[in-house]
Design a protein around this ligand. Structure first.
Ligand code: PLP
Length: 419
């Protein structure tokens, strides 16, 4: 979290005081650091330097246009999971030939738009999708370069809701069916199998599941080549974890060395699709304590951010570090707080019995590691406007998504004339 640190007793993002931003935009808001985004991307590029490899940023982790643009400028491609995200990637300046389209339920309309945009590759996850793509491509008179996403039946050892590579998960095609489906794909008009794709889950903190999945992909590659397919690319997915609390995810250098050891002499171009590991620790969520409520049994810090702004704690029992924006005095005694939002759900709880320095009404707090799956998963539940996103660069900051007014939210709805 080098980009977010106390200076002169106040939390700063790079050279900008979080207090100053809070005064300018109001709370709550997301705050991202350009330096951190760039450092995380460069770490990938550096670790894979010398391999025939490229990064396609998984947009769903944080799809703000300014974040995309930051990665575009570093040469990133994009992994998208809807046509909406494809349009975002293009609007963010990512060239079509660097866009990969993943997802289990792409509609025919989405497939058509992807083919018309001439994106790099479509990762197919079922036989009906393959047949639909063949029909759409034929009707357009084009050939779709595809990967089949295989489900390697590997336990990613992560939270059940973000594990995607076990045979009971909805993702990908069963490993043991893959050869038959490549054969089918090659026989269909408008389809050219060029790659194998795999993505086994998110927030992986161990190399072993990656290694197991990639070894299965390499074995499949040999079989497919023996079957006469011309496969020259491998799409190895994302999923590398980050430190939220005390997790120790693998080093990028070790990850890259493992990839090289398995794919180095296969003659394939490798695509990595990191999301969380590029943006997670490049962002925080800043919120204000509305009230400290001292009950008979618990002390609650009721903050102005809620589960609709950051759903990870209620959805995944996820941990986010929480620190005051004003640096606590050295040796300040910690007291247990339940940190909760204002939404009418008991699940609107960020932390239970969390030891924190003394907090009072109006204090600012920062939720750490909030750059991934934060703003991107937010909603307007309880008619809470989407909160602003702010990007810092050195001593500058800019609002990269403003807070809508409630009036603007209401204006988007229609009451039928019979009411
Ligand atoms: C979500 C997703 C990713 C990114 O996962 P992270 O854990 O954020 O790195 C990559 N590839 C595919 C296909 C995905 O669905």
């Amino acid at each position: 979290m080098g980009a977010f640190a106390y200076r002169y007793g106040v939390l700063h993002a790079e050279s900008v005081s979080v207090n100053d931003i809070a005064r300018a935009v109001g709370t709550p808001f997301y705050l991202y650091s350009t330096a951190a985004l760039e450092a995380h991307y460069s770490a990938y590029a550096g670790a894979f330097a010398g391999q025939d490899a490229g990064v396609c940023y998984a947009l769903k982790a944080n799809s703000n246009l300014a974040v995309i643009r930051t990665f575009t400028r570093l040469g990133s491609g994009a992994d998208v999971v809807s046509v909406g995200e494809m349009k975002r990637a293009l609007a963010g300046g990512i060239p079509a030939e660097r866009i990969v389209f993943s997802g289990v339920g792409k509609t025919r309309e989405e497939l058509r738009e992807a083919l018309e945009a001439k994106i790099h590759q479509i990762n197919v996850e079922s036989i009906p999708e393959l047949e639909a793509l063949s029909a759409v491509a034929s009707s357009l008179g084009v050939v779709a370069p595809i990967a089949i996403r295989v489900n390697p039946d590997v336990d990613a050892k992560t939270h059940a809701k973000i594990a995607t590579g076990k045979k009971e998960n909805k993702f990908g095609i069963d490993y043991d069916q893959a050869r038959d489906i490549y054969k089918l794909a090659a026989s269909l008009p408008g389809i050219k199998p060029v790659s194998i794709a795999v993505h086994i889950g998110s927030q992986l903190t161990d190399l072993a599941p990656f290694r197991a999945a990639y070894e299965r992909v390499a074995a499949l590659l040999h079989q497919l080549r023996a079957d006469g397919h011309d496969i020259q690319r491998l799409d190895l997915g994302g999923g590398l974890g980050i430190t939220y609390k005390n997790e120790a995810p693998p080093d990028l250098a070790d990850y890259a060395a493992m990839v090289r050891s398995i794919t180095g002499n296969l003659g394939c171009r490798v695509t990595l699709e990191p999301g969380r590991s590029l943006v997670g620790n490049a962002g925080i969520l800043v919120s204000r304590v509305i009230y400290v409520k001292q009950g008979l049994h618990r002390r609650f810090a009721i903050v102005d951010a809620a589960m609709n702004d950051l759903i990870r704690p209620s959805l995944y029992e996820a941990y986010h570090g929480i620190i005051p924006v004003a640096e606590p005095e050295a040796g300040a005694a910690l007291e247990p707080f339940d940190v909760v939002g204002p939404v009418c759900e008991s699940g609107d709880t960020f932390a239970v019995q969390r030891p924190l320095p003394p907090l009072a009404d109006d204090d600012l707090v920062a939720f750490l590691s909030a750059g991934a799956y934060g703003a991107a998963m937010s909603s307007t539940y309880n008619t809470r406007p989407l909160i602003p996103e702010v990007l810092v660069n050195g001593d500058r900051f800019a609002v990269i998504r403003p807070r809508p007014t409630v009036e603007e939210m209401l204006a988007a709805e229609r009451v039928p004339d019979w009411l």
